[in-house]
Ligand binder design. Structure first.
Ligand code: SF4
Length: 276
């Protein structure tokens, strides 16, 4: 189900992780995300994520676009802003293919480009807008790839594109001259070395990412949805939610990335590479 409603504003001053990474504003074109990933941290933010109760109760089952997003953006854009789109929804979620909201948003960005504009997505639908993306100076795309295992991808994010399609999308963006980063985020059960290699081959640059959010490492704020915990327990993957195990996976990816002549960084430091 796809809804629309007018918003009061479209750019929000950043706080927390995104602010620490160096972004001044976030741009969220819709509420609720039809990718519906089982681990998504956004519904755990509830009101702090700008959500309504039906959003966190039925996460992924519908979305509400901000119908006046492009008009608001024309009024709110300033040249010094560093904008992250989006911490609360994937701008290329499945519902975007019919709504085509991003085309108008990108047109507004082309008219008045900010200091940095970053699109965070896992949707190959972004390639629809390649001609527009080429016109945006200081654009970066952060493309999520969470595992090298298709069976794991189907368990945790069944509505997202298969791994091969995501790698192809990253390569196409790179070939179009767009700065594209592979975001290993969140790190799902995988072969860490193989995941690092396929991501570096696709983008040709350093890796960023994060393990699944867990209370043992992150006592407050957004965290992993219950659905991903249930899947992990059912399939013997609970160690991927253990802080010490996660650190060992991160270490292995760092070693692998260095072998490939680059590196891997997590947390605000990693995502800060997008804002710089
Ligand atoms: S694509 Fe991002 S915002 Fe959408 S459900 Fe998945 S993790 Fe959440």
């Amino acid at each position: 189900m796809i809804g629309e409603e007018k918003a009061g504003r479209i750019l929000s001053p950043t706080t927390g992780f995104i602010a620490e990474a160096g972004f001044t504003h976030s741009l969220t074109p819709a509420r609720n995300c039809t990718f519906g990933c089982t681990y998504c941290y956004v519904p755990t933010m509830r009101l702090f994520g700008g959500l309504k109760p039906e959003d966190w109760r039925r996460w992924g089952q519908f979305t509400t676009f901000k119908s006046n997003a492009a008009d608001l953006l024309r009024r709110e854009l300033r040249v010094g802003q560093r904008i992250y789109c989006s911490p609360l929804v994937d701008p290329y979620q499945p519902a975007e293919s019919g709504m085509r909201m991003m085309e108008a948003i990108l047109d507004a960005v082309i008219e008045n480009p900010p200091r940095r504009f970053v699109l965070q997505t896992r949707g190959p639908l972004i390639l629809r807008d390649l001609d527009r993306l080429r016109k945006i100076p200081r654009l970066r795309v952060s493309f999520s790839i969470t595992t090298n295992r298709e069976d794991v991808r189907r368990l945790y994010e069944p509505l997202c594109a298969p791994i091969g399609e995501r790698l192809s999308a990253m390569r196409a963006l790179r070939e179009a001259g767009i700065e594209v980063y592979a975001a290993l985020s969140p790190l799902l059960p995988c072969d860490p070395e193989e995941l690092a290699q396929m991501a570096i081959e696709a983008t040709g640059r350093e890796l960023i990412g994060d393990p699944l959010h867990v209370r043992g490492v992150k006592p407050r704020g957004a965290t992993t949805r219950e659905a991903a915990w249930r899947i992990s327990a059912r399939h013997g993957f609970t160690e991927w939610l253990d802080g010490d195990f996660q650190q060992r996976v991160v270490d292995r990816i760092q070693v692998a990335a260095r072998r490939w002549g680059t590196d891997f960084e997590t947390g605000p430091g990693g995502f800060g590479r997008l804002a710089a």
